[in-house]
Design a protein around this ligand. Structure first.
Ligand code: GTP
Length: 379
């Protein structure tokens, strides 16, 4: 687990509201963030920019082809401890490897929603025990959903996946690689995405004024979906320390609000609303899961998840097929044996008929001999 001491200023403690100050005074906090989006959307680069440190290493070419040989989406976990002054952030970053990368992406969000529910379930089990000390909390506080920068809006996969995920975790959509769009294209894309999200009734995470200030919360909410640019390089010597992307015609600085919404998103997640994300996970999302489970589950047994259900159905179909194949095989063997037995029976019957004929001939001969003998005795 990488231990990153003193990254570039992560927490702006001087401007903290009281609630957050208390939160920081706890000296330690656990935060889990999920990066959901297809390969190459810049998730790793963005994550390292967000936490101002090398939290996650980019995939090498070999590693990339190895992980993508698996035909299923899987969750890759990276842990890091970020220390700033006396505060320690125990960070867990979850990458959804393979999400949206296959030709058929049907139900690829199931692995993720099952993972999210599993973490709630583990917490629920701890909750139900009499001694609640040292309970592990692996619940996910935030899912950053990476939308590809395509001018026509969102793919149907994005709409369905965000709809499903938003019931299990706080979701914030981001437009990845926003430097590939012009300002008018970006504004139009944001408008289209917001219209789709509204029409589909997708509930996203929006910062509330209780955790920051009215204007800050409003400004951050208006920036959604956040257009982000990520980079691992400083733009040039002159602007040393400024991270960005260099092009032949100019530069794009990630923290420049005229270039993208990176700073706003960082303010939301780290400076102002991390506590709200953690509390909303506890009070809204986990509470909803807890109530649903306790109302619906029979005899305390957790409800089967879709993936488990499908696996059981597949297993049932496999066993049924095997039973059918075995019964056809047995029937054929039985028929073969029956046919063989019929041949043996016919042979034996023929043999028996032959013996009967022979016996009949012998009896006729015996009768003839008896008659002959009787006639001779009379003489
Ligand atoms: N133009 C542009 N390129 C970016 C941006 N962010 C990242 N990249 C580049 O995109 C490539 C992929 O970035 P990664 O951060 O590895 O993407 P990823 O989503 O983590 O990829 P996987 O690990 O395969 O899932 C790298 O070459 C980055 O330098 C961005 O905002 N704009």
């Amino acid at each position: 687990m990488p231990l990153v001491e003193k990254p570039q200023l992560l927490f702006n403690q001087s401007s903290l509201p009281t609630d957050r100050e208390t939160f920081i005074k706890k000296e330690e906090c656990y935060f889990t963030v999920m990066l959901c989006g297809s390969s190459g959307t810049g998730k790793t680069t963005f994550c390292n920019n967000l936490f101002s440190s090398l939290v996650k290493s980019p995939k090498s070419v070999d590693n990339f082809s190895k992980v993508h040989k698996q035909k299923e989406v899987h969750i890759e976990k990276t842990k890091a401890i970020i220390k700033e002054d006396d505060f320690r952030l125990n960070l867990t970053v979850l990458d959804t490897v393979g999400f949206g990368d296959f030709i058929n992406n049907k139900d690829c969000w199931d692995v993720i929603t099952d993972y999210l529910d599993d973490q709630h379930e583990k917490y629920l089990l701890h909750d139900q025990q009499s001694l609640r000390l040292q309970r592990k909390d692996s619940r996910v506080h935030l899912c950053l959903y990476f939308i590809k920068p395509v001018p026509y809006g969102m793919l149907p996969l994005d709409v369905v996946a965000m709809n499903k995920l938003s019931k299990h975790v706080n979701v914030i959509p981001v437009i990845a690689k926003a430097d590939s769009l012009t300002k008018p294209e970006l504004d139009s894309l944001k408008g289209k995405i917001n219209k789709i999200l509204q029409a589909q009734n997708i509930t996203l995470f929006f910062p509330s004024a209780i955790y920051s200030a009215d204007e800050i919360a409003k400004d951050l909410s208006q920036a959604c979906p956040f257009a982000i640019v990520a980079s691992k390089e400083a733009v040039n010597d002159e602007n040393e320390g400024k991270i960005g992307r260099k092009y032949p015609w100019g530069t794009s600085e990630i923290e420049n609000e005229d270039h993208c919404d990176f700073s706003k998103l960082k303010n939301l997640i780290i400076n102002n609303h991390m506590l709200e994300l953690i509390q909303s996970t506890e009070k809204v999302i986990y509470e909803r899961y807890r109530q649903e489970q306790l109302i619906n589950r029979k005899n305390g047994i957790p409800k089967l998840k879709k993936a488990h259900y499908e696996r059981l159905n597949e297993e049932k179909a496999r066993i049924q097929k095997k039973v059918e194949e075995k019964s056809v095989e047995l029937e054929n063997t039985f028929k073969e044996r029956e046919e063989k037995l019929a041949v043996v029976r016919d042979d034996l019957n023929n043999e028996l008929a032959e013996y009967h004929d022979k016996v009949r001939i012998l009896e006729t001969q015996l009768d003839a001999l008896r008659n002959y003998k009787g006639k001779n005795q009379k003489k």
